[in-house]
Write a protein that binds this ligand. Structure first.
Ligand SMILES: C[S@@+](CC[C@H](N)C(=O)[O-])C[C@H]1O[C@@H](n2cnc3c(N)ncnc32)[C@H](O)[C@@H]1O
Length: 256
């Protein structure tokens, strides 16, 4: 299935072979329910497999696109930039990015049916053909993308998992960062924003253990005048948090 070059030392390639999750100990490969066996399909789960089936992929169909997103889904060339957004929510940024950059492609990951459909609907409403979305768990990213398949990555306001035993559920962790680093093309960025100071400070240690270079970081994105603030697009959750006066933690990582 894969047509991207494979790096034998890549954590993506090692994943299943040497039980990478076991090595890391705190993470397990998650298994999510199957859309086709839902006891009570909803208008959203039905839309995923019908109205939107050419650009929205359920958990069984999504991995069929690994290594083939550009050629098979978007019918375009390998040099076309393709970004990934993890946890699109209602899709405000997802739609914004695909509209603002029609020359780029965008693939979203979302677990829940309603926000997934809201995201793809919002993006395609204005006629955008450069967006697709998967119902997929972020911890299984390596089953969706090959090494070197992805350009920029957005992780905006992921669930913070702040109760004492839950940090293992956080998406920004050193294993996922290793996987993303291998998936990204050199020169790409990864943006992480969160309202949770606790998560952010924890993530900084995970980031320090990764191969990424930190281009910029702040504990209060809105307090300073800089290009990251100027270029910032406030997501749905971000608007709620800023209205409450909560500071927004932001970091941009670069794969050199
Ligand atoms: C707090 S919301 C933020 C949504 C959006 N990024 C924003 O800033 O408005 C987090 C979203 O991530 C999704 N999500 C949570 N865990 C996920 C996972 N493991 N894989 C993919 N999506 C996930 C949730 O369903 C939810 O829609």
């Amino acid at each position: 299935m894969e047509n991207a070059p494979v790096n034998a030392n890549s954590p993506i390639e090692k994943f299943d072979k040497v039980d990478y999750f076991k090595h890391v100990k705190t993470l397990k490969r998650p298994i999510i329910n199957l859309t086709r066996t839902l006891p009570k399909p909803t208008e959203y789960s039905l839309a995923l497999d019908n109205e939107y089936k050419d650009f929205a992929f359920n958990e069984e169909r999504s991995p069929e696109n690994k290594g083939l997103w550009r050629s098979q889904v978007f019918k375009t060339v390998d040099s076309h930039p393709m970004d990934v957004e993890i946890g699109t929510g209602a899709g405000h940024h997802f739609a914004h990015w695909s509209t603002r950059y029609p020359e780029r492609l965008l693939v979203g990951l979302e677990l829940k049916y309603k926000p997934l459909i809201q995201s793809i609907r919002r993006a395609r409403m204005g006629g955008n053909k450069n967006a697709a979305i998967c119902r997929y768990h972020a911890f299984n990213l390596d089953l969706l993308f090959s090494a070197g398949e992805v350009n920029n990555v957005f992780i905006h306001f992921p669930d913070p998992w702040t109760s004492p035993h839950k940090p293992k559920n956080r998406v920004v962790n050193r294993l996922i960062l290793d996987l993303l680093f291998d998936m990204q093309r050199p020169g790409s960025f990864l943006d992480f924003k969160t309202d949770s100071r606790e998560y952010f400070l924890w993530a900084l240690e995970e980031i320090a253990a990764s191969k990424y270079r930190v281009e910029f970081q702040t504990l209060n994105l809105y307090s300073e005048n800089n290009k990251y603030k100027d270029e910032n697009f406030a997501t749905g959750f971000e608007k709620i948090f800023t209205k409450q006066g909560i500071e927004i933690n932001f970091i941009r990582l670069i794969k050199d």
